[in-house]
Design a protein around this ligand. Structure first.
Ligand SMILES: [Zn+2]
Length: 55
């Protein structure tokens, strides 16, 4: 059975939102790519992973 709300929960658990620094587009990044730079689906810019924490 396909439950849209269930899928959104599952996807939300396995993906993290990352915001493009160039255009501000938010996209979901799989957790296995959490430490990698991904490409913005909107403008094609590189979206680096979040820095761990500012000192
Ligand atoms: Zn972008």
């Amino acid at each position: 059975m396909t439950n849209p709300w269930l899928w959104s929960i599952l996807i939300g658990m396995r993906h993290l939102r990352r915001k493009c620094p160039k255009c501000g587009h938010e996209q979901l990044v799989p957790k296995e790519k959490q430490a990698e730079t991904v490409r913005c689906k909107h403008c094609g810019a590189d979206v680096p992973p979040k820095p761990p924490r500012d000192p």
